[in-house]
Design a protein around this ligand. Sequence first.
Ligand SMILES: Nc1nc2c(ncn2[C@@H]2O[C@H](COP(=O)(O)OP(=O)(O)OP(=O)(O)O)[C@@H](O)[C@H]2O)c(=O)[nH]1
Ligand SMILES: [Mg+2]
Length: 349
Amino acid sequence: MKSRIGFIAIGQAGGNIGKLFEGKGYSVLYLNTSQEDLQTLKNAKYMYHIAGGEGCNKDRDKAKKLVAEDFESIAREIREKMDVSMVFCIFASGGGTGSGCGPMLIDLLLEEGLLGERGTGAVGAITVIPNEKESPKAHINSYECFSELARIEGMAATMVIDNAKGDKLVLNQRFVDLFHDFVEIPRRHKAERGNIDWAEIEETLKAKGMLVITEVQAKESSTAAVLESLRKSIFAPMEADRVIKYIAVSIAGSVDVDAMRKEVGIPLDVFATYNDKATICCISGLSYPKARLDAVYDKAVEHQEQIIKNLQATSGFGMKKDVNFLASTKQAASREKPSRRDLMKKYMG
Ligand SMILES: Nc1nc2c(ncn2[C@@H]2O[C@H](COP(=O)(O)OP(=O)(O)OP(=O)(O)O)[C@@H](O)[C@H]2O)c(=O)[nH]1
Ligand SMILES: [Mg+2]
């Protein structure tokens, strides 16, 4: 499966997670606006410094502008390096570079058919939600990033690592292990009672919406334990009032899929196989984690008045009733030169 899935790792968090995938043998292309960040990636095979970039210090607009201006070269790099049928862009939603570039790049890759045979390759996202102690700016960026992601047509799955669930480096490792164990199911797990093949893994990963994966060791494995591990997962919590498309599960021990469906939701299809080490359960085509994103929004606007007051003391601009209340406190926007593609315009405000 490693030859079918590739990763485009953007920004610092993207790079950290990308390195772990590269360590497992996947193709990873690292993109950053910061040369210094790229230099921390020792032994990386493919990396690209976005022209003109010197880091984006949490400024999403700066990142988008750099991508728009350097898109021809970025596209060439992706076409040359990503010889796979499915790509996941990895980026944190709370920073500048990854958060700004991620959604726009996914949209451009899909629109221009840059991946896979005849441009039919799937493109999904792996992103990170800031923990509740992070700055208002991180929350503003995150909310904007998700608003853009939710509007992309034809996108594959989105995985949302939630930094509220623990130490970020521990979460990175846990996530990469889960993802790898899941896509390795067809190669590792063969059972008379049923197999999961690559087409089913691909279908699960291609479903638009959230995707979560969980794993429970065989000796603790039961329906209740799998449901509990879904509740405690490293991902943003599933919406209570959710839709769901697929359940793909490799069962160790006694897990009752019908009982699980009653709790998790009725999927369009279930793919199941068996093994004796650990139950690996993936659910995809899930609704966006609206409650978690509402909390991000609340954090973004919590200190709105104080921040605007502070900024107005030096800039004197008014405010806009938008989540990015900071946007209106910037210097009057410089006029964009006409962009090459409407799609780019969509992201450039
Ligand atoms: N899970 C996880 N989160 C991370 C990691 N590194 C940074 N973050 C989170 O990501 C957000 C910051 O994003 P970065 O990836 O550092 O930012 P960037 O894309 O490099 O953008 P700029 O540096 O602002 O141009 C914050 O919410 C951090 O908590 C990581 O390795 N793992
Ligand atoms: Mg950075």
